[in-house]
Write a protein that binds this ligand. Structure first.
Ligand SMILES: NC(=O)c1ccc[n+]([C@@H]2O[C@H](COP(=O)([O-])OP(=O)(O)OC[C@H]3O[C@@H](n4cnc5c(N)ncnc54)[C@H](OP(=O)(O)O)[C@@H]3O)[C@@H](O)[C@H]2O)c1
Length: 276
């Protein structure tokens, strides 16, 4: 990323905070980061935290940036974009992190022919452990794609999809995925309590097991399937548990749940598209 690239954030909330922290931690200068929000007290907090230029007027921010990150809630994005129509510098790269709002709609609200990258980050971005799916519309050039990659990589990893529809699958997997793991942690801790452990012990065992297993899956040369086979001795305790999961059709339960998230993501995108 060129040190002279100016990045503006519209919306100074949690995700903006995470990405700004990531950018600064990876060496990006605060002089080239600007932020706008309707919430004046949040803006003064961000100014205190990061010592960067803040705006209460989105237009004033937008016309001086090379990259504009749309970090407001999906429901207000149409209004935010329509108010910027015709005001952006030529070749401004728009990066939206708003869940479920299509690149085509963002481009349309901004007046057309804009370079738009739509992303689907997830909550672990708040700890620099996120994973983000990205989609670029046809106006985005290779340099802008690299720029978007380095911005989102500052809060974890990022992966491009070639069709926008695939972002609904990303939403169903990694976007909503942290909640699936929280459910698993919660359920295992509850089951531990049912087996006689006290709550605090069961919770620590459950969380640390999830963390350890995830780190093993991330660092090992073996696939999750092989790692599972390695810890599943014939006729042992793990095999008894895995067989019980399989008797209840665990894979099908996961497939159905993710299909429900995928369908819902498509429906929400259509609703947000119609809402302008
Ligand atoms: N949090 C996550 O884990 C996560 C994960 C993936 C994607 N996302 C997406 O990231 C986006 C931001 O999420 P967030 O959690 O950071 O939200 P957030 O904390 O609510 O931040 C959004 C900020 O935008 C402000 N705002 C509202 N209207 C505005 C306007 N017209 N102009 C400028 N600022 C305005 C809000 O002020 P008020 O509070 O006063 O309205 C708020 O300070 C959302 O679209 C969400 O879908 C979030």
């Amino acid at each position: 990323m060129k040190n002279s690239t100016t990045i503006g954030f519209i919306g100074a909330g949690n995700m903006a905070y995470a990405i700004i922290s990531g950018l600064i931690n990876t060496g990006f200068s605060t002089e080239n980061i600007k932020i706008s929000d309707t919430n004046a007290s949040l803006l003064s907090l961000r100014k205190q935290e990061f010592n960067l230029e803040v705006f209460t007027d989105n237009l004033a921010l937008a016309c001086c940036c090379d990259v504009l990150i749309l970090a407001v809630k999906p429901q207000v994005l149409a209004d935010v974009c329509q108010a910027l129509k015709g005001a952006l510098k030529p070749n401004t790269l728009i990066i939206s992190i708003a869940a479920g709002v299509r690149a085509h709609d963002i481009d349309r609200w901004l007046g057309g022919d804009n370079a738009v990258v739509r992303t689907m980050p997830n909550t672990p971005a708040l700890l620099n452990q996120g994973v983000t799916g990205l989609f670029a519309n046809k106006c985005v050039n290779d340099v802008q794609k690299e720029l978007a990659t380095s911005i989102l990589n500052s809060v974890g990893q990022s992966l491009w999809v070639s069709e926008e529809g695939m972002l609904d699958a990303v939403t169903a997997l990694s976007g909503s995925g942290p909640a699936y793991f929280f459910l698993m942690i919660e359920s295992m801790a509850k089951a531990g309590v049912a087996l006689g452990l006290d709550e605090a012990t069961a919770q620590t065992l459950s969380i640390q097991t999830a963390l350890g297993a995830s780190m093993m899956a991330n660092t090992s040369n073996e696939s999750p399937r092989e790692l599972r086979a390695n810890v599943t001795s014939p006729n042992g305790t793990t095999q008894a548990a895995i067989e019980s999961f399989q008797d209840q059709n665990f894979e099908m339960i996961v497939t159905h749940a993710m299909r429900a998230a995928f369908d819902r993501a498509g429906k929400l995108a259509s609703e947000l598209s119609d809402s302008d």
